[in-house]
Design a protein around this ligand. Structure first.
Ligand code: NI
Length: 153
């Protein structure tokens, strides 16, 4: 059980280190470009990943305080992205924020109490899932969006 935490933590670090390198090759106009008014730009996708980090940070920590079940709310992704005006934030600032936040999350994940991995998390209207799944799915979700960011480069 402890292995999955170390593996996920390492995978997260490797993913963000690789991505940060590749981000250097994306020029500002590509970060800004919106394929359509209602489709996120690369900057907005990265902003969404900051929101994912912030929301999951609390799940990872608070999930460990529960005995058997942790009930929490979901979040409205478009509202988060639009209300924070990620489109107006310089890409370099978003990259730093995203990178630093995820360094800390790698630390959080590595130190999750293995006895809590089976805590059931009820997030908004989703089916209940184990804390273990919430943690591994966090990285899978990130990789999915990173592929979107790199798709057109
Ligand atoms: Ni997403």
């Amino acid at each position: 059980m402890i292995n999955i935490l170390h593996e996920t933590s390492e995978k997260l670090l490797q993913t963000i280190n690789d991505a940060r390198q590749r981000f250097m090759n994306i020029p500002p106009e590509l970060w800004d470009a919106k394929p359509a008014a209602n489709v996120w730009s690369k900057k907005e996708i990265l902003g969404h990943l900051v929101d994912s980090a912030a929301n999951n940070h609390l799940r990872f920590v608070r999930g460990q305080q529960a005995d058997t079940t942790f009930v929490t709310h979901g979040y409205d992704q478009d509202f988060f992205v639009n209300s924070q005006k990620y489109q107006d934030t310089p890409a370099a600032e978003l990259i730093e924020l995203w990178y630093a936040y995820n360094r800390q999350l790698a630390q959080v994940i590595k130190n999750v109490n293995p006895n809590k991995l089976k805590v059931m998390c009820v997030i908004g209207t989703h089916e209940p899932m184990t804390l273990s799944f919430v943690i591994t799915d966090y990285v899978t979700h990130m990789q999915h969006h990173l592929e979107e960011i790199f798709k057109t480069n």
